[in-house]
Design a binder for this molecule. Structure first.
Ligand SMILES: O=c1[nH]cc([C@@H]2O[C@H](COP(=O)(O)OP(=O)(O)OP(=O)(O)O)[C@@H](O)[C@H]2O)c(=O)[nH]1
Length: 580
């Protein structure tokens, strides 16, 4: 290929990495003959926009973080250090509001109707990391785009084409989205995702004359000092040295520390917004969005408090705000609507009402090595289930809702983790509402599943019966420590064993061993601790509020199972074990 731009040839022989998953950036750079590897960045685009004075600073910082993440990861994960890593971030800005990629069709509609008939700016921030020199050069480009007046019909037709979804501002100017555009002022490729012209100029500054960081002859004068900011007509070039990279690392540690300090606030925001039905209220409104005062009215709360809660939710990615209108994000629609198929509301309320009070007494729990039920709820709980969870009707219902939501979210994965086609019958021990049992029946057409739990649980499981309940699922009442277990080929123990001491686990496993025939299998679903007990933190955090149970590693579970004649068949995230 003939290289029109001699600057590109300066990169020949260097390991250049594009830290981007954008097919458009790949195409733009490939088209000019650049040889590079693509390593998409894992950096999550969640920088707090309010911290930036201007939208382009936000785009530049995001581009920089994308590139730095890849530059830091490659020596460890890919075992090679690139010479150059390029990152970019494109945003659309309308009336000061930053629009990124729409999360769904409604979001695309909101964006595009906002842009209709008006001019907006497209900013692409670019960061070039010189890995060996430990320098970062960043800049941005702005292009103005005007949309024609667009009818709703046209917008929906365009949205339904699927094109908007992975594009900043919800349109692709290079394809169907070009139809929406009246004029473009500035670099067209900048709108598409990469300001090639300015990028080449920056490369010129970096690489000619070779080895120095002096400016090109076509650049404005007075920029020859590489340490001084290079003020070009369109942006700034900043040089950062090793110390600043170290500072990046320091910054990362500090923000991790702040995240840990603030973690409890974020949880409480989620719990409170859920308890006040904020997500349901937004969903129920005609357009799916409401202003703070309407939400305040609906949830019967103060305007000031509601506004703060909604703003906090936006910062956590639980809500999105366009102008004054708040709406659910895709994540909230997925997990936080109370009647959604994957709703976590039950578990969230359990965390708020039961786990939170226990954690407020963590210091005493640690000092005394005991559970803090009495301090938190004024009642001791020698038997967690009888004394705490099933003592009062509303507490029992709340606990069952919590178990139900967890089983709904994880049930399919547990049910389909192993090939159970040779088995005819299964028994879900302590299966609570039956949600897991129904998932097993759904996943295995030849399997009948018995759900076995305490009589006080079974009497309420009807509340949770799915409308299309499969009659291969039956319910049997009993205490798995005392009563005879139903006969089955597969015994499911999903989130059961961690609640009990080794002694009680032995009682339960010996009962299963007696009930089952040779060849039957036990399927254990738990958070398995790492063998060195250094993680996962979700399991170790949960252990802090446990009563008589304990978190175990896969090998600890295997040992318990082996002592009852079960040999581990597979031992990964889930451990089904077979008795020979
Ligand atoms: O007219 C167009 N406008 C924008 C685009 C494409 O939109 C995205 C912008 O998203 P972002 O900058 O965050 O980049 P990603 O695609 O997420 O990839 P990264 O891995 O680099 O974060 C970008 O792909 C533009 O090309 C368009 O196509 N047309």
């Amino acid at each position: 290929m003939v290289l029109m731009n001699p600057v590109i040839s300066k990169l020949t022989g260097k390991l250049v990495v594009l830290a981007s998953a954008s097919p458009r950036r790949l195409e733009i750079l490939t088209n000019v003959g650049l040889r590079f590897e693509v390593v998409p960045s894992w950096f999550k685009e969640t920088l707090d926009k309010r911290l930036f004075k201007t939208p382009h600073e936000y785009a530049v910082e995001t581009a920089k973080q994308k590139a730095l993440e890849v530059a830091k990861r490659m020596p460890f994960k890919h075992l090679k250090t690139p010479d150059i890593v390029i990152g970019a971030d494109t945003v659309v800005v309308m009336d000061g509001l930053i629009l990124e990629k729409p999360v769904d069709k409604q979001d695309a509609y909101r964006m595009l109707s906002r842009l209709s008939g008006k001019e907006h700016s497209v900013f692409t921030g670019v960061a070039i990391i010189l890995c060996h020199e430990k320098e970062v050069i960043d800049f941005y480009e702005e292009t103005k785009v005007k949309f024609a007046d667009l009818s709703d019909d046209l917008l929906w037709e365009y949205i339904n084409s699927g094109e908007p979804m992975d594009k900043a501002g919800g349109y692709g100017i290079q394809a169907l989205g070009g139809m929406l555009v009246e004029y473009v002022h500035g670099d067209f490729l900048n709108v598409v995702g990469f300001p090639l012209n300015q990028f080449c100029k920056k490369l010129g500054l970096i690489f000619s004359p070779p080895g120095s960081l002096t400016h090109n002859s076509d650049e404005p004068q007075g920029t020859s000092d590489p340490a001084a900011p290079d003020l070009t007509s369109r942006g700034t070039m900043q040089m950062q040295n090793v110390r600043e990279n170290e500072t990046e690392d320091g910054k990362e540690k500090l923000s991790k520390m702040i995240e840990l300090m603030d973690g409890f606030k974020a949880s409480k925001v989620l719990f409170t917004a859920s308890k006040l039905h904020v997500f349901d209220v937004l969903r129920s409104s005609k357009t799916g969005e409401l202003q703070a005062e309407d939400v305040a009215q609906e949830i019967k709360a103060s305007m000031k408090g509601t506004e703060r809660l909604l703003e906090a939710c936006v910062s956590l990615g639980l809500l999105q705000r366009t102008g004054k209108e708040y709406a659910n994000t895709a994540m909230s629609r997925h997990f936080l609507l109370s009647d959604g198929p994957l709703s976590l509301q039950g578990y969230i309320q359990h965390c708020n009402e039961l786990v939170w009070p226990l954690f407020t007494h963590l210091e005493t729990a640690v000092r005394e090595g005991t559970n803090q039920h009495e301090k938190a709820f004024g009642k001791s709980s020698d038997n967690l289930f009888q004394d705490a969870y099933y003592s009062r009707h509303e507490v029992k219902l709340r606990f069952m809702k919590a178990m139900h939501s967890i089983a709904k979210v994880s049930g399919r994965d547990v049910a389909t983790a192993f090939d159970l086609s040779k088995y005819k019958t299964a028994c879900d021990l302590g299966g609570c509402t039956g949600a897991m049992a129904y998932e097993f029946a759904k996943a295995h057409p030849g399997l009948s599943v018995t759900m076995f739990d305490l009589p006080e649980v079974i009497e309420m499981s009807g509340h949770f019966r799915p409308h299309d309940a499969d009659d291969r699922v039956s319910f049997v009442a009993g205490d798995f420590f005392k009563d005879e277990l139903p006969k089955a080929d597969v015994y499911i123990l999903a989130r059961i064993l961690h609640d009990w001491s080794d002694e009680k686990v032995h009682i339960l496993l010996s009962k299963i061993a007696k009930a089952c025939n040779p060849g039957c299998c036990v399927l254990v679903s738990e958070i398995f601790l790492d063998e060195d007990r250094k993680g996962p933190s979700r399991g170790l955090l949960q252990a802090l509020s446990m009563t008589e149970g304990r978190q175990r590693s896969a090998s600890e579970y295997s040992l318990l199972l082996k002592s009852h004649g079960f040999t581990t068949a597979q031992n990964q995230t889930l451990a089904p074990t077979t008795r020979h």
